[in-house]
Design a protein. Structure first.
Length: 264
């Protein structure tokens, strides 16, 4: 499929028959297909080892898929390599589980690094960014509540503060899709809620479709507009959080002992 549909033409993600095998004959992902566009917030849930992180990494081609296609706003990135792939990755914002900040740099420099794909090599080396980028970074700092930390080193921040910086850095890219890989797994419950609020609010404000790989089902149900449930490398649920039933969760996670005391 090489044609660009209307829904693909502006800030969209289309995953088409995606497959991944690390070992021949042992698929981790099997014919995964879905689309995310507009102001959508989609969660991927499923047990450990079912391919959630592999799926996120195939979307940005950190891991090359074995089969299928990934379109970012109509551009098939699975066919790209080298310079073309680096250019296409500017359209993919990434929020990492372990923040992936440059610890010795300031908060401001970490956020501005989201523009590295748009400035020349010498400007990047000298960390000289256009004034409009600097102004925008300050606006993002204010929106995440860290304006007074602009010139502090990243390693002086708490985990929740670091993740806020990671989100702002991804938004700074002006991506066409925002990916988040377990963005709350190393955070306490209260901070996790705050991070989800910021992530969803910024993706909505900047009209960037959001795809979150998340282990916390209750957070997924509270903050996202759609849930994709993976089990054994395939999609077994794709629908609204309100329609996710106890039986769906049993199919996704297997067994039912863990469900006792939880909301169906």
């Amino acid at each position: 499929m090489n044609t660009k549909t209307e829904s693909q033409s502006s800030r969209s993600l289309l995953v088409e028959n995606l497959a991944k095998e690390y070992v021949a004959g042992k698929p981790v992902l099997k014919n995964i297909s879905f689309e995310v566009h507009g102001q959508s917030c989609v969660a991927i849930i499923g047990p450990s080892g079912t391919g959630k992180s592999t799926l996120i990494r195939c979307v940005n081609k950190l891991v090359p898929p074995t089969g299928g296609n990934v379109y970012i706003s109509g551009e098939n990135i699975t066919q790209l390599n080298g310079k073309e792939l680096r250019k296409a990755r500017r359209k993919i914002g990434m929020v990492f589980q372990e923040f992936n900040l440059v610890e010795r740099l300031s908060v401001m420099e970490n956020i501005l690094s989201g523009r590295l794909g748009y400035v020349s090599a010498w400007r990047a080396w000298l960390r000289k960014y256009p004034q409009q980028d600097i102004d925008r970074a300050f606006e993002l700092l204010e929106s995440i509540g860290l304006l007074e930390f602009a010139h502090q080193r990243a390693d002086s921040l708490s985990g929740g503060q670091r993740q806020r910086v990671g989100i702002a850095r991804a938004i700074m890219q002006e991506p066409h899709v925002l990916l988040a890989d377990e963005p709350t797994s190393s955070l306490d419950p209260k901070t996790s809620v705050e991070i989800m609020e910021i992530l969803v609010a910024l993706s909505n404000a900047h009209k960037i479709p959001l795809l979150i790989n998340i282990h916390d089902v209750e957070l997924a149900k509270r903050f996202t507009t759609r849930i994709i449930g993976l089990s054994k490398g395939g999609i077994v649920y794709d629908g609204p959080p309100a329609e996710l039933t106890r039986d769906n969760l049993k199919e996704i996670y297997g067994g039912e002992d863990w469900l006792h005391g939880n909301e169906g």
